[in-house]
Ligand binder design. Structure first.
Ligand code: ZN
Ligand code: ZN
Length: 310
């Protein structure tokens, strides 16, 4: 699993900092969280491509999180057989896209599905063969969603001694068992994966929570994740402004990550008022609350390995 931070800024795209957008790549599929103005520029600088994009999850209807959608959707229409695209988002996301399409009359040749959050919607927003995506309302100046992407659990650890004892010879049959298939032995009888595999191993988990104050949902979405991408828009001296505008300081964000049990945190949605010289202070203030916190950089790439077996 690979996370590519296409942008790490907030409010408006800046020459050195694009708007916050996170691409998660897993087995040739891309799940994208937020797409502000100019999102496709940095996407093109990566090797991700537009065709593998399966899900576009939007946090809220502020321009810096959704103005890039129409461009991305048009770009995707230029590749043959792009396949279906699912858009997750707050109430109004479908209307926003419909109105842009009506005005610009752009052509889409792939199936489009909208899943809008609504009162009483289950915590599970989306699921496919590889992952499930959970969501919940955060605390911002407008309705805003946080997301949690969870890879499905992997089969348990293979026990070669158990396989040998049951008469399964090393080779292709071991591979099948490891992939959860029951195998038939040459001498007769069969062996099921449950007989040779340990308990299922949890998949990797990521939280994406921007434009929010700390709230219960954010803690829940962030709980025990391998990696949390969190709004750390301001330095601590702007605490009051962060609270009024529905954002977090670097300290707030790092504290949430630490308390929720995230293993690693990347702070994003940095205010355009800060210059590169301020980043040292961001790092210091984040690390004062959580040692494994860092400040996101555009086009930063983080490969998430599976957790080591216990
Ligand atoms: Zn924003
Ligand atoms: Zn916002």
């Amino acid at each position: 699993m690979e996370c590519v931070l296409l942008g790490s800024g907030g409010m408006m795209p800046m020459p050195g900092r694009a708007l916050t957008s996170l691409a998660v790549r897993l087995q040739g599929r891309v799940y994208l969280f937020d797409a502000g103005e100019g999102c496709q520029v940095n996407l093109k600088k990566t090797k991700l491509g537009i065709k593998p994009l399966r899900v576009l999850a939007v946090s809220h209807l502020h321009a810096d999180h959704c103005l890039g959608l129409p461009g991305l959707m048009m770009l995707r229409a230029q590749v043959p057989d792009a396949g279906p695209l699912t858009i997750l988002g707050p109430p109004g996301i479908e209307r926003f896209i419909r109105q842009v399409r009506e005005s610009l009359d752009f052509f889409l040749d792939y199936p489009l599905t909208f899943i809008e959050w609504s009162e009483g919607h289950a915590e599970l927003a989306y699921e496919d063969e590889l992952v499930r995506i959970l969501w919940g309302p955060l605390k911002h100046t407008t309705f805003c969603l946080g997301y949690r992407l969870e890879e499905h659990p992997r089969p348990g650890k293979f026990n070669p001694e158990a396989a040998r004892a049951l008469g399964v010879p090393p080779g292709p049959l071991w591979g099948k068992l490891q992939h959860g298939e029951t195998v038939t032995l040459e001498r007769g009888g069969s062996v099921s994966p449950g007989q040779v595999l340990g308990p299922p191993r949890p998949g990797r988990k990521i939280c994406y929570g921007v434009d929010t104050r700390p709230n219960k949902t954010l803690y829940r979405l962030c709980g025990d994740v391998d990696l949390a991408f969190l709004d750390g828009m301001f330095l601590p001296e702007e605490q009051e402004e962060a609270e009024t505008k529905g954002h977090m300081t670097a300290e707030d964000a790092a504290r949430v990550a630490a308390r929720a049990g995230a293993r690693h945190a990347v702070l994003v949605h940095i205010s355009p008022r800060y210059a590169e010289d301020d980043m040292g202070r961001f790092v210091d203030s984040a690390k004062s609350r959580f040692e494994n916190a860092e400040i996101g950089r555009d086009l930063q790439q983080i490969t998430l390995p599976h957790r080591p077996d216990d």
